[in-house]
Structure formats: C-alpha cells, structure tokens
Design a protein around this ligand. Structure first.
Ligand SMILES: [Zn+2]
Length: 110
C-alpha cells in the first residue's frame, strides 16, 4: 500500500509538471496569435485604403485580380501567396526574405 501511495504521488507530481509546461506553451501561443492577428488587421486596413485609392483613379477589381495573379506567379506557383526572395551576397543562392542568414552558407543576408 505504501508503495502504491508513493507511486501515485510520483504520477501526480509528474502530471502537474506536464500541465504547467502545457499551460506556459499555450500562453506563448496565445500571444503569438495576438501579434499575428494585429498584423492581419493592419494589412487589411492598408489593403482597404489601397483598393479605395485605386478605384478613385480608375482601376477596378478585375485589374487588381489580374495583377495579384501576375505577382503570385512570379515564384512559379499560383498558390495565393507572395514569398519575397533575396540573393545571398556570399554564395549568390536564392533564399526566402524571412531568413536572416543564408541556409546554404550561413552568411547574414541584408
Ligand atoms: Zn549563401
């Protein structure tokens, strides 16, 4: 019986630590989500302003859709995403703009 109690206490302590770790990770994810939501909201605002300005000077939604498709295809994939790329100053390979360092040689990219 004593061994059983010891085992149960050990399991409870282990589970409490797991719960604490999961709740910490959850709160980090919530703050990341809030930052991303703020960015999406800001981008939506910028897009709305640009659309309204474009309509004022004679552009319409068909022209906008055509331009979006043209830009989307610049990376060879029609996937609804725009991935900016840059060239490594050291090895001259193409890397995604979000990378601070070249994935091939490790050189810091501007
Ligand atoms: Zn490189």
């Amino acid at each position: 019986m004593e061994f059983y109690d010891f085992f149960q206490n050990f399991r409870m302590k282990e589970n409490k630590e797991k719960i604490r770790a999961v709740s910490m990770k959850s709160s980090i994810n919530e703050s990341d989500l809030k930052v991303l939501q703020d960015k999406v909201d800001h981008l939506s605002l910028v897009c709305q302003a640009m659309c309204e300005l474009l309509e004022q000077v004679g552009f319409d939604k068909t022209m906008l859709a055509k331009k979006i498709q043209e830009i989307d295809l610049r990376d060879g994939k029609l996937d609804g995403k725009f991935s900016q790329k840059k060239t490594c100053p050291q090895c001259e390979r193409v890397v995604a703009a979000r990378h601070i360092r070249c994935l091939f040689c490790g050189t810091e990219t501007p």
